[in-house]
Each structure stands twice: as C-alpha cells, then as structure tokens.
Design a protein around this ligand. Sequence first.
Ligand code: FNR
Length: 180
Amino acid sequence: MKNIVVLVGSLRKDSINKTYTHALEKLATGQFAFHYADMDLPLYNDDLWQSPPAKVVALKEAIAKADGILIVSPEYNRSIPAVTKNAIDWASRPYGQNAWKGKAVAITGASTGSQGTAVMQSQLRSSLVILGTAVLGDPEVYITFKPEMLDADGAFANEGTVKFLKGFLDNFDAWIDRVK
Ligand code: FNR
C-alpha cells in the first residue's frame, strides 16, 4: 500500500473538497493510505525559519517520506487559494531544501462552478513543475461538485464517476512507480 500525503486547500469544516477527498479515499481503499496534512499554517514568512513552526516541519517531513502527494484544492478568483499556495511555498524552502523535488504529485479539485477548478489547476501545475515535481498529466480531473455525486455513505454514487476516478487513482499509482 502506498503512503500518500494529501493537501486539501480548504480550512472550512464543510468543505466540498474535503468531502470529495474522503470519497476518493474510500475508492483508494487497499491501494493508498491517505495522510492528511495540517493546512492551517502561519502565513509564509522567511524570518520564521530561525525557529520553524512545528506544523511546517511536520509537513516537510511528511512530504519527504511520502510515496506520492495528492493536492485537492478549490479555485478562488480563477487562481490558487492562499491556503494551498502557502503550504506549497513553505515546503519549497528554506532555499536549497525544497521538499518537493523529485516527488510524484497528482492534482484535482472541486468547485461549485462549471469549470471545476480547471484554471486553478493549470496555475498549480506551472508552480509544481518549477519545483521539480513530476505532476501526473493524465487524466485531468475537474469536479463540479453536486451533493448527489455521493451516496449515503459518502462514496461516489455514479458508476461512470467511479470508473473515471478509479482510473485516475490507478494512473497515479503507476506514475509513482515510474517516478521512483
Ligand atoms: C470561490 N468560488 C469559486 N469557484 C470557482 O469555480 N471559481 C472561482 O474562481 C471561485 N472563486 C471563489 C473565490 C472565493 C474567495 C470563494 C470563497 C469562493 C466558489 C468555490 O468553488 C466554493 O466556495 C467552494 O465551496 C470552495 O471549496 P470548499 O471550501 O467548499 O472546499
């Protein structure tokens, strides 16, 4: 079973991205063990490296140990939310100690809008590439979230959605092996 660190870019309790990620986790049972990163980090400040916040140290250690990293993020104003970007920036520093380098990463996201985080993902991909990650390119997974996507247990209700997202997880699984 692969160890996947999961960064969900929303802090709110009823986040659709958290709900969506939990459904993905169910689908990945027996394949991936999800470890959720604490995303409630201080705003990036270079001065804090003198005595780095424990949560930042934990994030960097988790990324270093992970087989792969899954980033699930909302889209804010056609861009990357501060919560998501802040975690990426913290893990990229201090200079010369970029935790992202060489890591296999998959990205996805859910929004209430019809474009399902496509613009955010495009920008996220650009940032991750310059950090030296290997970002999964196929399939692209843009989710316009509707509560009826899930059944009473919080699993994906639709057979087509299950097939598509299982394909996403399987491609990520194979991608991790390739990157290693
Ligand atoms: C949004 N939302 C949004 N949706 C979208 O598809 N494209 C966008 O550019 C934006 N912009 C945006 C900005 C801000 C500041 C907020 C708060 C929201 C709507 C967004 O998809 C919706 O609030 C989701 O529910 C956010 O995800 P979580 O927090 O539920 O995971």
